[in-house]
Design a protein around this ligand. Structure first.
Ligand code: SF4
Ligand code: F3S
Ligand code: FES
Length: 235
């Protein structure tokens, strides 16, 4: 099949503003991924096209981008799943500053991630074997551990678009993952950042994040659990 890719291009060193450029590929198999098409464009038509990718298997989270108006991983979307009768519009993730073409600056995204202290706080020396927890306790965390930090959720959140200081769903999900870990010895340290005016209370259950998540994580549910816990703790 034939498909045209309308890709947003922008080199801040020489372009005044972003613009779109069309690339048409022929003889494509419907099962190729959008990432495969981007590779073909880069390797065979225009080597200056810039985008991030690494694993190509939905594991590293580096190729989040906007495809036909929806945040998604280019390696997890097949050509047969998009409308090829019109050009397939590919843009960088919204909200974050563009470094070049489809590559965005994720500094702010990771700064907010660090604010929830996304690590296990354990002051006691480790036991000889491992820190144990029950199956039920591990099960509670399971879904949140699937996050690959692709930023598709956070950059799709209207609450962030209207308040750039909002921590965003990805950081809050990580906060949940450690604050609700029964092996963590200082859950309040994760909770403090989440209980700020720019923390969980900025989530207005809009659900864009859930729709965008390539790992199908119900992020909104996790944020609601943090809210419930904060209310019950009356911190
Ligand atoms: Fe990506 Fe989902 Fe993690 Fe958000 S929660 S960063 S969309 S994997
Ligand atoms: Fe934003 Fe998701 Fe909440 S889109 S408002 S973080 S439900
Ligand atoms: Fe790693 Fe797509 S390239 S998730």
């Amino acid at each position: 099949m034939t498909a045209t890719f309308r890709i947003q291009r922008y080199n801040p060193e020489k372009d005044e503003k972003p613009y779109f450029k069309d690339y048409t590929l022929d003889n494509l198999d419907p099962t190729v991924r959008i990432l495969d098409a981007l590779h073909q464009i880069k390797w065979e038509i225009d080597g200056t096209l810039t985008f991030r990718r690494s694993c190509a298997h939905g594991m590293c989270g580096s190729d989040g981008m906007r495809i036909n108006g929806r945040n998604a991983l280019a390696c997890a979307m097949l050509l047969k799943d998009v409308n090829t009768k019109k050009p397939i519009v590919i843009e960088p993730l919204p909200f974050l500053p563009i470094i070049k073409d489809l590559a965005v600056d994720q500094t702010d995204f990771f700064r907010k991630y660090e604010m929830v202290k996304p690590w296990l706080i354990a002051n006691e020396p480790p036991p000889q074997m491992e820190r144990l927890q029950s199956h039920a306790d591990a099960e509670l965390l399971m879904e949140s551990t699937k996050c690959i930090m692709c930023a598709c959720c956070t950059t799709s959140c209207p609450s962030l678009w209207s308040n750039e200081n909002y921590l965003g769903p990805a950081a809050l999900l990580k906060g949940f993952r450690f604050a609700f870990d029964t092996r963590d010895e200082a859950p309040e340290e994760h909770m403090t950042a989440m209980d700020s005016p720019d923390g969980v209370w900025r989530c207005h259950t809009i659900f864009n994040c859930v729709e965008a998540c390539p790992k199908e994580i119900n992020i909104t549910w996790h944020i609601s659990q943090v809210k419930k816990k904060l209310v019950s703790l009356e911190l």
